[in-house]
Design a protein around this ligand. Structure first.
Ligand code: HEC
Length: 208
């Protein structure tokens, strides 16, 4: 027996086959991961609710098993008190998303992990308790977005400039913020304190 025959793991053919199998195997895994990711990030899925979630209350509960706050879709609580269809909700949320892109909110804020940390993270901004009472908070958000220079919202010591957002764009942006706050982001951003909704009655039907 020659020496080269003995070293099977050093043969060219062994490594060629290994390369082919590893490449083919990784390809299959990548295809699976691509489809799985699309499923995870598409609105209407388990983690990213359908756009019509803006018709519901969005609550947060601490999940013992996962060890962070998770979104809980509550009873009906339409944005601006007006229930919208799935198509209307989608149009509103995408108008809001386009507004955040057109006005470059990410220059200062972070949305779903993208952006800057000059200003508060917007991923769960809809649940910020400093928007005040339930009856007025949505309108307060709209007014803030249209005239941020008039109101110091957080004790941050920084002011948001007036970005010439119209009332209509502001309402769409609020819809976008509400929808974004319903996304299960594995507890990101950490340590945010959601609005306390415990005083609001929860119908038995909405209990998990
Ligand atoms: C030039 C920087 C800058 C840009 C651009 C900017 N913001 Fe702000 N934003 C701020 C600052 C600073 C604050 C904190 C102001 C305060 O507390 O009074 C703030 C606060 C906010 C808040 C309140 C946050 C909370 O947690 O309650 C919201 C909502 C908000 N901005 C939305 C937006 C949206 C939507 C856009 C884009 C359309 C935008 N901002 C663009 C600087 C910016």
């Amino acid at each position: 027996m020659s020496e080269t025959q003995a070293l099977w793991w050093a043969s060219t053919s062994f490594w060629r086959k290994t390369a082919i199998w590893v490449t083919a195997g990784s390809f299959v895994v990548l295809i699976f991961l691509t489809f799985d990711t699309v499923k995870q990030i598409t609105a209407g899925g388990k983690r990213v609710p359908a756009y019509s979630v803006i018709n519901q209350r969005i609550d947060y509960k601490f999940d013992e098993k996962r060890n962070f706050q998770v979104p809980v879709i509550g009873p009906e609580e339409p944005l601006f008190g007006k229930k919208v269809t799935e198509a209307e909700a989608e149009a509103l949320v995408s108008h809001g998303k386009l507004t955040t892109q057109a006005k470059n909110c990410m220059d200062c804020h972070t949305l779903l992990g993208n952006g800057a940390y000059f200003a508060p993270d917007l991923t769960k901004a809809w649940l910020d308790p400093s928007w005040g009472a339930k009856e007025t908070r949505e309108q307060t958000m709209v007014e803030f977005l249209v005239h941020p220079e008039l109101a110091a919202h957080n004790p941050l010591g920084r002011r948001m400039p007036n970005l010439k957002i119209t009332e209509e764009e502001a309402r769409a942006t609020v819809a976008f913020l509400k929808w974004m706050s319903s996304i299960d982001t594995n507890g990101f951003p950490a340590n945010f304190k959601p609005i306390d909704q415990s005083n609001a009655p929860t119908p038995a039907a909405a209990q998990p």
